[in-house]
Write a protein that binds this ligand. Sequence first.
Ligand SMILES: [Zn+2]
Length: 114
Amino acid sequence: MRKSQFPWIVVIIVVVATAAWHLVGFILAGLFLLVSYIISLRLHPRMRHGRCKGTGELRGSVFTWTHRRCPSPNCQAGRTVRVGNRLLGSDYIKGQRADGIASKKAALQQHQHR
Ligand SMILES: [Zn+2]
């Protein structure tokens, strides 16, 4: 059975805090989750790219054993930098993201991305 990816713990924290302390609890839960999200971005700045499911390849529909590289500028061999890092990430990861996108776009313009 596939493990659910929805972060149910977030919903539980907000509901419990709101039930216990009403508006103050809701605001404190929101602040706690915001800080947790920023820490999570620093600890786990990357994720699998959704379109290619982390493989970095798009399969041929006729000759199914063949593939080409995933053309998305955000995708670096199946991995991508999480969206939140655009604003909240470290300078290093922002640079990694920008470098990856720039090199992928250059390759796409020169038709050398396959
Ligand atoms: Zn991809």
